[in-house]
Ligand binder design. Structure first.
Ligand SMILES: [Zn+2]
Ligand SMILES: [Zn+2]
Ligand SMILES: [Zn+2]
Length: 194
C-alpha cells in the first residue's frame, strides 16, 4: 500500500516535470509585456516582445513618436536601440561580438565576415540579427601602398580592384572585395615606421 502511494507520488512528480518542460517550451512562443525606456526621450513605454531569443519589434514611442527597436538577445536580455545605430552582432559560429552599422531602410541583408573565425555572415539590416553564415578563408595578399590617412591598400587578386583596408585585428589588416566576395588579409608590417 505504502509502495503504491510512493509510485503515485512518483507519477505525479513526473507529470509536474513534463508540464514544467511544456510550459517552458510554451514560454518561448509567448510574448512578454514589459516597460522599456525610449532611447530618444527616455519616457517609459509598455511593449510586448516574444520570450524567444532573437525576438525583435519596432515600436513607436507614445511620447516623442520616434520609432525604436526592442530586441531580445541570445542571453534573454532585452535591448532597446535607436533606429539607425550601431548594433552588437554576435557570431553564431565562434561567439565573437562585433559592431555593425544598421541600415533600417534597407531590404538587403548586410554581409560581414567575422574577423576571428572568418565565417561570412548575413545580417538583418533592420535589427542586426545574424540570419545565416558560411565558412570562409581569407586570401593572403601584399599591401600595395597606403592612402593619405595611412590606411593600407591592396588589390583583389580576382578583379584587380584596389581596395582600402577596413579593419586591423590580431596582427592582420583586412580588406573586402564585395564584388568577388573575397576577404583579403595583409600582414601588419611597418608598425615601427609609423
Ligand atoms: Zn520617446
Ligand atoms: Zn566568428
Ligand atoms: Zn574582386
Amino acid at each position: 500500500m505504502a509502495c503504491g502511494a510512493l509510485l503515485l507520488i512518483r507519477i505525479a512528480d513526473a507529470q509536474t516535470m513534463i508540464s514544467d518542460a511544456a510550459s517552458r517550451l510554451g514560454n518561448l512562443t509567448e510574448n512578454e509585456s514589459l516597460s522599456v525606456s525610449c532611447p530618444y526621450c527616455l519616457v517609459s513605454n509598455e511593449v510586448e516582445i516574444g520570450k524567444a531569443p532573437g525576438s525583435s519589434i519596432i515600436f513607436c514611442c507614445r511620447e516623442c513618436v520616434q520609432r525604436f527597436h526592442v530586441h531580445r538577445s541570445f542571453n534573454g536580455r532585452v535591448d532597446v536601440r535607436q533606429r539607425a545605430s550601431i548594433a552588437e552582432v554576435q557570431c553564431m559560429n565562434c561567439g565573437d561580438v562585433h559592431g555593425i552599422k544598421l541600415k533600417p531602410e534597407s531590404a538587403t541583408p548586410i554581409s560581414r565576415w567575422c574577423l576571428k573565425c572568418f565565417v561570412k555572415q548575413r545580417i538583418d539590416p533592420v535589427n542586426g540579427i545574424v540570419t545565416s553564415f558560411v565558412p570562409d578563408t581569407p586570401l593572403d595578399v601584399q599591401q600595395l601602398s597606403r592612402d593619405g590617412t595611412g590606411r593600407s591598400i591592396c588589390e583583389c587578386p580576382d578583379c584587380n580592384t584596389q581596395l582600402r583596408a577596413f579593419a586591423i585585428r590580431d596582427g592582420y589588416i583586412f580588406a573586402a572585395c564585395y564584388k568577388c566576395d573575397n576577404l583579403l588579409r595583409m600582414e601588419e608590417l611597418e608598425v615601427a615606421n609609423n
